[in-house]
Ligand binder design. Structure first.
Ligand code: GLY
Length: 338
């Protein structure tokens, strides 16, 4: 496996994403030169990192979406205060998407903005969550409804960390990778792991560089996420993010077909990529409440004009707003049928 370097190009806020085995050992080289101290934010049981003499403390956050809250952000900020972290210092987030989202959000607010370096340890964080500066926490009404854009100074994707990832977390990562399959049209299954992760990172870096604030092309990264987020919310996260996104890809294809945008072969291709090539479930295993899913989808952050989905077409993916809820719910009933 080789080392890959990809740049998110945001002028003076540009930053590198490093992909490869053992790259987390390079972390000190990516801390801001003015930083004298660091707070490492992580979770119990995750790989440790060595900041080579930079004075630091480690703060642990709980596992599970129920800890992805403002209360956790407040606890982090109180720990920053206790350690005397200044605005010139740095927060190092070591973990999956939950850790990078929560630590990134705390970094965006600590002294109105403090540097953060992400050391992504899960596949989801490497190919999606840690890149692009979206940070945030959940509230009862939905996932990531509170948040801020706060770009990291660097993202390190250490492929050695994937070897010890639980199978369920790896499956989640493949859900996000399957998304890139449809965004880019590239068949990534033939690639080695390092090239596959680097390809996803390159696609995301390019999109974020073009549309940092999610005003256009970046919305395409949400392919599969409208129903995906709703499944996570309605199941209280017993279906994990990447697995829910994978189901959302299949549902979005079925909706696109109902709207006359793609033919049935293309829907079948979604089933094949998700179900056979990436070995993921194409729909929830148990019954789900269609009304609850509809309510959750209406609360989606992209839903500024009725129900909004990213949908496939012969021209590629497009954001489609104002979709008739009756059509969505009828496709949903059909999709969820045993
Ligand atoms: N995860 C979608 C985005 O970063 O825009």
């Amino acid at each position: 496996m080789s080392r890959h370097e990809v740049i998110v190009d945001l002028a003076e806020r540009s930053y590198p994403i490093i992909v490869g085995p053992g790259v987390s050992r390079e972390v000190v080289g990516f801390l801001p030169s003015a930083a004298k101290r660091a707070v490492i934010v992580t979770q119990d049981g995750l790989p440790t990192i060595d900041l080579a003499g930079v004075p630091s403390t480690t703060v642990y956050i709980g596992r599970g979406e129920e800890h992805k809250t403002l209360a956790t952000v407040e606890e982090l900020c109180r720990a920053f205060a206790g350690f005397g972290l200044t605005r010139n210092d740095v927060i190092v987030a070591v973990g999956g998407g939950m850790v990078t989202d929560v630590a990134g959000f705390a970094a965006s607010m600590w002294h109105r903005g403090t540097a953060v370096v992400h050391v992504a340890t899960s596949l989801v964080a490497m190919v999606d969550a840690a890149i692009g500066g979206k940070t945030g926490v959940n509230i009862f009404e939905g996932k990531n409804l509170l948040g801020a854009f706060w770009q990291p100074d660097a993202v390190l994707c250490d492929l050695d960390h994937l070897a010890s990832l639980p199978a369920a977390e790896t499956r989640c990562g493949w859900g996000e990778v399957a998304k890139y399959h449809f965004i880019s049209g590239q068949d990534m299954l033939a690639m080695d792991l390092d090239e596959r992760v680097a390809t996803c990172v390159r696609i995301k870096a390019e999109i974020v560089s073009a549309d940092e604030r999610d005003a256009g092309a970046r919305a395409l990264l949400n392919y599969g996420h409208t129903l995906g987020h709703a499944i996570e919310t309605v199941t209280r996260h017993s279906v994990a993010h990447g697995e829910a996104v994978a189901m959302g890809l299949v549902f979005a294809a079925r909706l696109a077909h109902r709207l006359g945008r793609i033919d049935w072969n293309r829907v079948q291709r979604h089933h094949e990529v998700v179900g056979q090539e990436y070995g993921l479930a194409v729909k929830p295993s148990g019954p789900l409440d269609v009304n609850a899913l509809m309510v959750a989808m209406a609360r989606d952050k992209k839903a500024t004009a009725g129900l909004t989905f990213v949908l496939d077409s012969p021209r590629g993916l497009e954001v489609v707003a104002g979709i008739d809820p009756d059509i969505v719910s009828s496709v949903l009933v059909e999709y969820l049928a045993p």
